[in-house]
Design a protein around this ligand. Sequence first.
Ligand code: GAL
Ligand code: ZN
Length: 648
Amino acid sequence: MKSFFGVDYYPEHWPVEMMDKDINRMVDMGVEVVRIGEFAWHIMEKNEGEYDFSFFDMVIEKLKKRGIKVIFGTPTATPPAWLINKYPEILQRDENLMPRSFGGRRMYCYNNETYREYTKRIVTELANHYKNEDSIIAWQIDNEFGHEGSDLCFCDTCKRGFRNYLKEKYGTVDNLNKSWGTVFWSQTYNSFDEIPLPLKTITHHNPSMQLDYKRFMSKSINEYAKFQVDILRDILGEKAFITTNIAGGYFDKNFDHKQMAKEMDIASYDNYPVWGGLKEPITPANIAMDLDFIRGLKRKNFWIVEELMGAQGHTIIGYLPRPNQAKMWAYQAVAHGAQSILFFRYRTATFGTEEFCLGIIDQDNREGRKYREVKEFFKDVKGYRELLQSPIKSEIAFLYDYENIWAWKIQPQSTAFNFKEEMLKLYTAFYRHNTHIDVIDSKDDFSNYKVVVLPVMMIVDEELKHRLEEFTKKGGTVVLTYRTSIKDRNNNLYLGKAMPCNLNDLTGIEVEEIESLQEGQFAYADGKFGRTKCSVMREMINSKGAEVLYTYQDKFYREKGCITLNKFGQGEVYYIGTSADEEILTKIAEEIVIKNDIEHYNTPYGVEVYTRYLNDKKYMFVMNHTDEDKEVLGIKLMPYDSKIIEVK
Ligand code: GAL
Ligand code: ZN
């Protein structure tokens, strides 16, 4: 699939008379593709069974005349009022068993049979209607699965579904009781029909049960997505090219994104480095990690179907991207593997919940700074299409496992713990050296990398243990952090094993005791790269062969290791038993990058370079993420400047 550029267009939001002018302007801007349809169910089916696609037929005709292609969205993120009023049981229920009201979006239950039926009808009609429409180059199913809290449901259908899921998984209730440890607090079940959903209770539900509930929700969302994909593939056959737009906050969601991406022809992302209420954007490293995560889903380049241009927010508006800043984010996105980009949105709406989600054109309908930036960006990147499609090779991989992330969500163990922040801290340490990094599922093959980093991997099963050992034996470097391998897949601790339970040999250490540190609470450790603050958690480590790089500084734990390095086979294993300072982590990362001869660049703080290769040529994407003039590789950069440079 080639690379293309465009905008998210909502033609239904303006008088029809404006359409021709708008499309002309899009052509002038350099738009090649627009996304339409994804929230327009009522326009397509005003009353039950009255399908009418004439509005979009007209839009597509007009776009076609000007050579603009289409990504069509299925409208299931916003069921119409008539449907919800007829079948209120479609609505999700929250943890207090309150239905989510009609009025927002994404309020349907993924397991509701009636909703599946109506989904099937609208998607079938839509696909049949457009199956011969060549200007539709791709389909987007739904919109941002699981976003805005729509990834949990506690309705009766889900309760039945959960019990069936457990029956299938455990076979007998005795087996479930054993696996969950229900003898604790007299929670032993006599039958599957007694098992509750994790509704509000006093203190907390059983952690094994909660993890299974999250698995069940993940399965429900992914099955619903597959249900739509299958309908489209059935009707469109060979021509089907399907994606779905993944929202930010992917580590906070209760569905396995990798699983969903398997069903798609390409992974797509909605890239919003800043949103409602934020005083400033997320860090450049955070944006980069997001992009690397999306690329990791299919281990291929991807699309961005919503790229922020204006400030955004529903009731509270976010930070105003400075001149050229949003454009620079678009350069950063293509650098990290976005081979196509659509900006959100063509023009700001003058009504509805999103009238403060500002577009390229504002409500004044004038061509201003944002318009010029988009136009310039399109013009420039179109000269590099082949480069943008070239594969990205990384020698460093960050590994995650959704079940591990959920286990942390269930028991964060410190008020200061946040999975994404812990991941990001380490990611930032490597990002600082302008290395290529893949963010991938720990079940993916990682044997060809030089370095793998597994932040806070509580769940390390036998299989992962084995693969890590093989990887290290052959010369790989592994980086682990605190609370590694303390839990099994049932979310229970191991009996009779020192922590990190499955990785004592690999790490050459044993953790004797741990201390949870709350927000604002720190310990200190000294070692190789100078003093580090320890936050979130610290482990008192006894070496069983590993070199101790850091020891604690307080009275009772001076003898205990904090950071260690073990030789294992031809390889090395770093174990960081705390959430260390970014500065120290950056030095550890540098040591690893140098030892492993990994391509990297020193740049001034806030300046990112990302290399890409095409045929025998090397290109550098250079981004100044700061509001100051900078210089790098002999190139002068204005605030928020970005450039693509061919390196001779
Ligand atoms: C995205 C969403 C869009 C719109 C946008 C506003 O998350 O997919 O439909 O809501 O945010 O910034
Ligand atoms: Zn439900």
